[in-house]
Design a protein around this ligand. Structure first.
Ligand SMILES: [Zn+2]
Length: 254
């Protein structure tokens, strides 16, 4: 009787293990079939190549065309449906000094205006430039400093800090960041995920704006994944570097 019970227990364990192995085999087959539905078209050494997902050895992120299309266009920071050309026309009033790239600084320390100055009413709410963003930097300090490049007379490039005032920096899926400065109030914290309808701050009068005697405005700056500013009217397409920069900040979940 006792040996019979032992045998039955052993048999039951054996059956359960057999069942687990069989289920696993089916799951593996199912996953393999799923992988067959994916084709990766890539580019290597000036040639188009097809890569089977089964041949991939490193962690790989696939980005859909819908995602790329979605984040290749920017919204207005005021959530009013305008594009950048329209914003510049409406809020800059064609003053050269408020455009991107115009001269700043002195003959010894030549720098450029790293963004555009949009003259809107003080305390105008500002929103992210896309429907998804990650807050990468926030400062509630009215004297907050941001690093910019300058050139000396011999054309060598150095870095200096400029008083931007209260600042919000947002990273978008395209791997670029927007910097909003001279803000009166900020409503977000670093690391926060935001969407196109999140009010991140109010425009204002903080930072070096007072020395320049300028009216309240939003200084809007775009920077690429190498932290270099570029003209907001220029488009920066998704590329490996920019996407990698975005993914470093994205919480992928486990
Ligand atoms: Zn400015």
């Amino acid at each position: 009787m006792k040996t019979d019970a032992k045998f039955l227990i052993k048999l039951a364990i054996f059956i359960v293990m057999l069942l687990i192995i069989t289920i696993d085999a089916f799951v593996i087959q199912y996953m393999k079939k799923k992988l067959d539905n994916i084709t990766i078209i890539s580019w290597q050494d000036s040639t188009m190549i097809k890569v089977s997902p089964k041949a991939i050895k490193e962690p790989t992120v696939l980005v859909s065309q819908e995602f790329i299309d979605k984040f290749n266009d920017y919204k207005s920071p005021f959530n009013d449906g305008m594009n950048f050309n329209e914003l510049i026309e409406k809020y800059i009033h064609n003053r050269w000094a408020d455009h991107y790239g115009c001269g700043r600084g002195t003959a010894e320390k030549k720098r450029i205006h790293e963004g555009i100055d949009l003259f809107v009413t003080e305390n105008t709410p500002v929103y992210p430039l896309a429907d998804y963003g990650i807050i990468t930097e926030v400062s509630d300090n009215p004297h907050f400093l941001v690093e910019v490049d300058y050139k000396t007379k011999d054309s060598s490039v150095h870095q200096m800090k400029i008083e931007y005032g209260k600042t919000v920096r947002i990273l978008y899926p395209e791997g670029i960041e927007s910097i909003y400065t001279h803000l009166n109030e900020v409503f977000v914290v670093a690391g926060q995920e935001v969407n196109g309808n999140t009010v991140v701050a109010l425009t204002g009068l903080t930072g070096n704006i007072k020395n320049s005697g300028k009216a309240s405005h939003l200084h809007l700056e775009l920077r690429d994944s190498n932290n270099k500013s570029f003209d907001p009217r220029d488009r920066l397409r998704f590329n490996q570097g920019s996407l990698k920069f975005f993914l470093e900040h994205l919480n992928m979940g486990e």
